[in-house]
Design a protein around this ligand. Structure first.
Ligand code: ADP
Length: 163
């Protein structure tokens, strides 16, 4: 296996995402984390913030890089020379969506294969949206997100509360 892309919104990156990246990085030569460009009206963190937080969290992984992309994931994969799309699967929530997406991507690009890694047991119920939801209500999320994400998350929630 050569290059792979791990696409997502990562708003913000969680320890579940990080676990997928660490495990996938052992299986490929190079892993590009593809942070999708979407309107910052729909996200808590803008594109640069989402990239920066992920890049900081994976700084210790030498064969992992982070970049933005827009449009179809299969096009981004081809542009960077990735033959594999990596996705993470939580048992109860992801199978239907991920399998439909994988089949659609294969229909568009038969040369790009989707490989799903099962989420670790401790991250099965972890998602960016759940983290934001419970953190906004005052929960301690320090064991759910990388260390460098905690401060920006708390600050952004405070900014929103003040508005
Ligand atoms: P998207 O907007 O593409 O769903 P996300 O940032 O939510 O982007 O997730 C990116 C990928 O990471 C998806 O494949 C998703 O299923 C996976 N993922 C999200 N949370 C976890 C987790 N806790 N454990 C494993 N994989 C996860």
């Amino acid at each position: 296996m050569a290059r792979a892309i791990y696409p997502g919104t990562f708003d913000p990156v969680t320890n579940g995402h990080l676990d997928i990246v660490e495990r996938a990085s052992h299986a490929v030569d190079h892993l590009t984390i593809g942070v999708v460009e979407i309107s910052s009206k729909r996200t808590m963190f803008n594109l640069d913030e989402r990239i920066e937080m992920f890049a900081e969290a994976v700084a210790n992984l030498s064969n992992v890089s982070v970049q933005s992309y827009s449009g179809l994931t299969v096009n981004a994969a081809r542009e960077i020379g990735a033959s594999v799309i990596v996705r993470g699967l939580r048992i109860t929530s992801d199978f239907e969506y991920e399998s439909e997406m994988a089949l659609m991507n294969r229909r568009m690009a038969g040369d790009v294969e989707t490989i799903c890694l099962f989420s670790a047991l401790e991250y099965q119920i972890l998602s960016s949206s759940r983290v934001k939801e419970v953190a906004a209500l005052g929960a301690d999320v320090s064991d759910l997100v990388p260390k460098n994400v905690l401060r920006p998350l708390v600050e952004r929630l405070e900014e929103r509360r003040e508005k």
